[in-house]
Design a protein around this ligand. Structure first.
Ligand code: 4NP
Length: 147
């Protein structure tokens, strides 16, 4: 799960998906940001609060920057928006790596090119909206690959 800062959207996506795959032996999830600005920080307190409300604890996550080795460590790389997709596509070395990069909302709105809106500069309702979008998208991922 990849966003810009790895303190709002992708930590929420990681936490929501981690809870859903907890019983699945061959799945794992991690998250990263395309910028290093928040590396080492915990998630934004608003992201922690909203996810906690739904029984998801992301408080112990630590932000990190996406590393090109992630292209080899992971089979699927879900990005929050087109800007961050473009950054990863620039980092990719080959078509196999490029093919791993997907907009997460394509899972629920195929062909829409829809972004998960950046909630950083807004209010708590933006985080509620992000939670709902990511909950639906992670359900769709599971349905596609597992059930
Ligand atoms: P995120 O949100 O990409 O969902 O983690 C943001 C976090 C930090 C900044 C922007 C968006 N920032 O500009 O520092």
């Amino acid at each position: 799960m990849v966003c810009l800062g790895n303190i709002c959207r992708s930590p929420m996506a990681e936490g929501i998906f981690a809870k859903k795959i907890a019983q699945l032996e061959d799945w794992t999830v991690d998250s990263a940001g395309t910028i290093a600005m928040h590396a080492g920080d915990g998630p934004d307190h608003r992201a922690v609060k909203i996810t906690r409300k739904y029984g998801v604890d992301i408080s112990k996550q630590v932000a990190r920057q996406f590393h090109p080795s992630d292209f080899e460590r992971f089979d699927l790389i879900y990005v929050a928006d087109r800007n961050n997709r473009d950054k990863l596509l620039q980092l990719a070395n080959n078509q196999e790596q490029r093919d791993k990069v997907k907009l997460i909302l394509e899972e629920v709105m195929p062909g829409s090119d829809a972004d998960v809106p950046d909630p950083y500069y807004g209010g708590e309702e933006g985080f509620e909206n992000v939670y709902r979008l990511l909950d639906e998208a992670t359900d769709a991922i599971l349905k596609r690959y597992v059930k």
